[in-house]
Design a protein around this ligand. Structure first.
Ligand code: NAD
Ligand code: TYD
Length: 350
């Protein structure tokens, strides 16, 4: 079936994998990627599909209502896959307002444009909002986040995402705008910007730089390979129920220190370094403010209702990820020059 689909934030980490999947899998869909190209957006992430006839890139800000309205009028979108966001917790601690602007105001603006553009005729329309498990807050050693877990965001990032989730649901309840929200655990994989734990440490191991572990490294995250996340989004977009939330996660919990030790082990092997070389780079640094202890997702609903399961074991996914960074040093060098160095010094010192 022919459809016009708007993907926001398609030049970012998850957005680029999602855009690639949709462009390749659905040649009948016209995919419009709207991205502001902040520090996290990079058209190099989409080089392999940029010339496909069913793909168009548009540079713009989701907050710019007039601009997005014109785009809606031009393409009469059937669906919106909303990925655009400020996504890094540490940056949100330094500049919360930037997160309110894009994640809250940008999302509400997009909802309003979709509502106006669809003129209350919602047949076969869908506004799909991509969100995070961090909205649920922090767990102690036991338990999992389900779709019924009450929101308890604790960082400016998660508070801004929680707020945007609430607005999406409010547009459903108030105006019957057809929406779906999914809340996913931590992703990893190719094209991940090296401000986040795994790619930052891959880059630092390559360059023999310290691996900064916050606190004691005992915080737990539930890691999912990014391609599994976008497969889940595909399943939910096509078969999910309007108005519902779906949790996405890999049943793959790791303490930060253990994940970094596994990364060091694999990288020593791949770089032909003596066993134990990279582990010596581990450096415990000042803890993140308000550092959430543990995230863990119960994805039973998605597994039972839509038959989705993660496809990769973590060690295999991590190996694939490291190989990608080692084979794409130019990409890594490009994104870690200039503004990145300034950020790095501000966050970790020289
Ligand atoms: P990212 O930071 O890699 O990419 C965000 C993209 O949005 C970039 O291309 C950026 O240029 C674009 N963008 C930012 N502000 C914009 C604006 N005002 N207008 C238009 N474009 C703008 O983020 P990501 O890790 O790919 O995350 C994508 C989405 O998935 C986010 O909503 C995030 O909350 C969610 N999420 C991320 C993870 C994760 O582990 N990375 C996990 C669960 C959910
Ligand atoms: P991150 O990749 O920033 O994702 P999130 O905070 O959204 O879960 O961080 C993952 C975990 O790694 C988190 O517990 C914070 C920790 N961390 C470090 O220990 N050192 C670092 O330099 C970074 C960026 C993160």
């Amino acid at each position: 079936m022919k459809k016009n689909i708007l993907i926001t934030g398609g030049a970012g980490f998850i957005g680029s994998h999602l855009t690639r999947l949709f462009v390749n899998k659905y040649p009948d869909y016209q995919i419009i990627n709207l991205d502001k190209l902040t520090y996290a957006g990079n058209l190099e992430n989409l080089k392999d599909i940029e010339d496909k006839p069913n793909y168009t890139f548009v540079k713009g800000d989701i907050e710019d209502m007039d601009f997005v309205k014109k785009l809606f009028t031009k393409y009469n979108f059937d669906g919106v896959l909303h990925c655009a966001a400020e996504s890094h917790v540490d940056r949100s601690i330094n500049d919360p307002l930037a997160f309110v602007r894009t994640n809250v105001l940008g999302t509400v603006s997009l909802l309003q444009v979709a509502k106006d553009g669809w003129k209350d005729n919602y047949d076969d329309k869908l506004f799909y909002h991509i969100s995070t498990d961090e909205v649920y807050g922090s767990l102690d050693e036991k338990g999992f986040f389900t779709e019924e877990t009450a929101y308890d965001p604790r960082s400016p990032y998660s508070a801004s995402k929680a707020s945007s989730d609430h607005f999406v649901k409010a547009f459903y309840h108030t105006y019957r705008l057809p929406v779906i929200v999914s809340n996913c655990s931590n992703n990893y994989g190719p094209y991940h910007f090296p401000e986040k734990l795994i790619p930052l440490c891959i880059n630092n191991i390559i360059h023999n730089k310290p691996l900064p572990i916050y606190g004691k490294g005992l915080n737990v995250r539930d890691w999912l390979f990014v391609e599994d996340h976008v497969r889940a989004i595909d399943a939910i977009f096509h078969k999910g129920k309007i108005g519902e939330t779906y949790n996405i996660g890999g049943h793959n919990e790791w303490k930060n220190i253990d994940i970094i030790k596994e990364l060091c082990r694999q990288m020593d092997e791949k770089l032909n370094r003596e066993k134990g070389t990279s582990e010596k780079l581990i450096t415990f640094v000042k803890d993140r403010l308000g550092h959430d202890l543990r995230y863990a997702i119960d994805a039973t609903k998605l597994e039972n209702e839509l038959g989705w399961h993660p496809s990769l074991q973590f060690e295999e996914g991590l190996s694939k990820t490291i190989d990608w960074y080692l084979n794409n040093k130019e990409w890594l060098n490009d994104v870690t020059s200039g503004a990145y160095m300034k950020y790095y010094e501000q966050q970790y010192g020289k």
